[in-house]
Design a protein around this ligand. Structure first.
Ligand code: ACO
Length: 429
């Protein structure tokens, strides 16, 4: 018989709550019958203790600093894989064979162009629009251009939507950047790899030759891989939640992009570099900022520090920090914010406040330093995160629809507002 936990309710009922165990021995109380059998719900703000689904995509152990996609350790994937292989792995469940990889890449290459009418959108956005706002809007608008592929229950329609999203997101993103700097849009070049093509669309201009730096391509490839999935984080849960209403894939991904934008989530990489810059301008007085972060009367937090799940070093931060050295070595002038970051990490990690709360650098702490070294402007950092996270969002959306137990996501609440009271006409209020 399956293991159960006993729950005694205030009115004396005894309930058996089944224990669900995952392949890595994580355990959960199955409370799906709680409301119908005991008229109780659970209350868990921020879903700190709540599993919203079972999933076979990503495993992470926050105590041990483990992250695996479909069973493969992130360290091995980051060192040995092409980002496209990781996309394939996350979405289809297995690493591609040579032939599968070639087919997948060839199909994507055929879809990198944007519809010319979509390009016209960019004329309407203000010059200083944040590229994350543009990204979310244009991805949402894809459902107006591809009305032939919006049915979540049709595998062929889902497949072509996946291809269109993966192929076009770098083009959408690079066009957003070109708009902000007033340069002509650079169309995709399908003989290049995913990352090389993106860098070219970002930095080439029609008047000059442009050579893609292979070290920048490898650094970008690594960054996209370490961002590719992170189980039920805020943006992925958003994609699942929106998708659970049977909204189409483009609409669901657009919602995920909005969730990622916030500074407590993907927006932290931009906020982190702004913070490092501020510390540098302020005489690199790292201790002052660590003290501010500890002060309960001050809203300031160390950006790029702390994580809901990792209570040990974030394995992604380790990989990125190691990659920093190689990319920074290419720069003629050492980026001073890297030194600020290293010192901030040293001071914070030896401070009891951070030790007791198990606050370590997260993925966003060093990623901005590499993006800067590659020449990516600050406002594009979170956009890069979105390009990396796209296969993870897609994989979760697809997994959710494939599950026979999926329901529309609709949490409950405990109402704490006024009880019934009579309506007062305006002249009596
Ligand atoms: N600086 C200072 N103190 C912090 C920080 C920080 N960056 N992060 C957490 N704390 C403190 C909190 O004040 C709290 O202290 P208390 O127990 O005395 O009240 C304790 O550590 C626990 O923090 P919570 O906010 O309860 O932890 P939670 O899991 O809700 O939040 C989060 C996690 C949002 C990532 C938080 O650590 C944070 O705001 N970090 C800065 C933003 C950031 O880097 N976000 C990127 C996360 S990674 C990603 O999304 C890709």
């Amino acid at each position: 018989m399956a293991e159960v936990a006993k729950l005694k309710t205030p009115d004396g009922k005894e309930l058996d709550l089944p224990i669900v165990e995952g392949t890595e021995r994580e355990r959960a109380l199955d409370i799906s019958k709680l409301r119908s059998s005991a008229d109780l719900i659970t209350l868990d703000e921020g879903y700190v203790n709540t599993g919203s689904c079972t999933s076979a995509i990503t495993f992470l152990d926050g105590e041990k600093g483990i992250l695996r996609y479909r069973g493969y350790p992130i360290e091995q994937l980051a060192q040995q894989c092409h980002f496209m292989e990781v996309c394939y792995l996350l979405i289809y469940g297995e690493l591609p064979t040579h032939e599968q990889f070639e087919n997948f890449s060839r199909t994507l290459r055929r879809h990198t162009l944007l519809h010319e009418d979509m390009r016209l959108f960019y004329d309407g956005f203000p010059r200083d629009a944040h590229p994350m706002a543009i990204l979310g809007s244009v991805v949402g608008a894809m459902s107006t251009f591809y009305q032939d592929s919006l049915d979540p229950h049709d595998p062929d329609q889902v497949d072509i939507s996946i291809v269109r999203l993966l192929a076009k997101l770098p083009t959408i993103a690079a066009f957003a950047y070109k708009k902000s700097v007033g340069q002509p849009y650079v169309y995709p070049s399908n003989d290049l790899s995913y990352c090389a093509n993106f860098l070219r669309m970002m930095f080439a201009v029609p008047s000059e030759p442009y050579e893609v730096d292979p070290d920048f391509v490898s650094a970008l490839n690594l960054l996209l891989i370490v961002h590719a999935d992170h189980e039920q984080n805020c943006s992925t849960s958003t994609v699942r939640m929106v998708g659970s209403s049977l909204a189409n894939l483009f609409a669901s991904i657009s919602a995920g992009i909005s969730a990622l934008w916030g500074p407590l989530h993907g927006g932290a990489n931009e906020a982190c570099v702004q913070m490092l810059e501020q510390i540098r301008r302020d005489g690199s007085n790292v201790k002052k900022y660590v003290d501010m972060a500890k002060d309960k009367h001050n809203n300031f937090r160390l950006m790029g520090f702390g994580h809901r799940v990792y209570k040990n070093f974030d394995p992604r931060a380790k990989i990125i920090k190691a990659a920093c050295d190689k990319v920074l070595a290419k720069q003629k002038v050492r980026d001073p914010i890297f030194d600020v970051a290293v010192e901030l990490e040293r001071v914070a990690l030896s401070d009891p406040y951070f030790i007791e709360r198990k606050l370590y650098p997260n993925v966003d702490f060093y990623s901005g330093v590499i993006y800067r070294a590659i020449g990516i402007p600050l406002q594009m950092f979170t956009v890069l995160f979105a390009i990396g996270r796209l296969p993870g969002w897609i994989a979760h959306w697809v997994e959710m629809h494939a599950s026979p137990t999926t329901k529309i996501c609709r949490p409950r609440q405990i109402y704490i507002g006024p009880t019934e009271r009579p309506f007062l006409p305006m002249d009596k209020r």
